[in-house]
Design a protein around this ligand. Structure first.
Ligand code: PMM
Length: 268
């Protein structure tokens, strides 16, 4: 099956790739509907930037940004994921109709997150994470990045189950670029099969990230990185991932269409 496509909708004034454009809720909802119309299966709404060095946002402010957008998208029939590290925002988004909680901290940033996830019964994306954006670059030290990320995700899973989260609620994500340099990211992508042995679906978030710009000097700006992002989407499909999280839907849809036809030996 072709991976689910998560369309990124950042409603932050400072996000590195589309920040500031969608500060107004109505505009953000319109962009989310457009992402769906372009072929996103779900729109991932985030109100806190996680770009390297970003400062934390107060949960109340995060909710002011995110919740009206979640409500508007749900009212328009668009499936919504909420990108948050805060249990209060996750619960408010669940109440507003979100179907997925996407937590880049994998539950480490907020001790109440697992309780909220268990209570909500929503799908939970637990990303590998070692610390907040202000200091994550200094945390990028591993013996073997794939073995270490796998072990750390496994420890998170054990904790989640203690809190009553169901096994089939959990999707795992290696967290490309989060306390990882370019070499770490490529090793994780090349050895996704090892992460898959944890027995959970995988989500990959490579979209417009710095390591693509480092590989390809011509992909200097974030928008130039949509082509390499789409290639990652196709290869991720081939590796059997459950979902990709991207900014540009048309390029990823094209790449996934090719990957699917290749796999099936026919169109459709
Ligand atoms: N990356 C970002 C934000 N949220 N969520 C998941 N699950 N995986 C990711 O890799 C991820 C994420 C940072 O990128 P953005 O600012 O472009 O959204």
């Amino acid at each position: 099956m072709s991976p689910q496509v998560f369309g990124i909708l950042n409603v932050t004034p400072d996000s590195f790739s589309d920040g500031g454009q969608f500060a107004d809720a109505a505009e953000a909802v319109a962009r989310g509907v457009q992402l769906r119309d372009q072929g996103a299966d779900i729109v991932d709404v985030g109100g806190e930037s996680t770009r390297p060095g970003a400062e934390r946002v107060d949960p109340a402010e995060e909710q002011e940004r995110v919740i009206p957008v979640v409500r508007g998208l749900v009212a328009a029939g668009v499936p919504v994921s909420v990108d948050t590290m805060n249990s209060s925002t996750a619960l408010a988004a669940a109440e507003a109709g979100a179907s997925v909680i996407n937590d880049v901290s994998g539950g480490l940033a907020d001790p109440e997150m697992y309780r909220a996830v268990a209570q909500s019964k929503l799908l939970y994306i637990a990303m590998h994470w070692r610390g907040h954006s202000t200091d994550m670059d200094s945390l990028a030290t591993y013996d073997d990045v794939v073995v270490d990320v796998r072990n750390e995700l496994k420890a998170r899973l054990a904790e989640m189950f203690v809190w009553g989260i169901a096994k089939d609620q959990v999707v795992l994500d290696p967290g490309l670029g989060f306390a990882k340099n370019a070499q770490h990211n490529w090793q994780l992508l090349g050895r996704l099969d090892e992460l898959a042995t944890l027995g959970h679906p995988l989500l990959i978030g490579a979209s417009r990230k710095r390591f693509l710009g480092e590989l390809l000097p011509e992909a200097a700006t974030t928008a130039d990185r949509d082509l390499p992002t789409a290639v990652v989407s196709a290869l991720a499909a081939q590796a059997g991932v459950w979902a990709v999280r991207v900014h540009d839907i048309p390029s990823t849809r094209a790449a996934l269409g090719v990957a699917e036809a290749w796999k099936n030996g026919r169109a459709q």
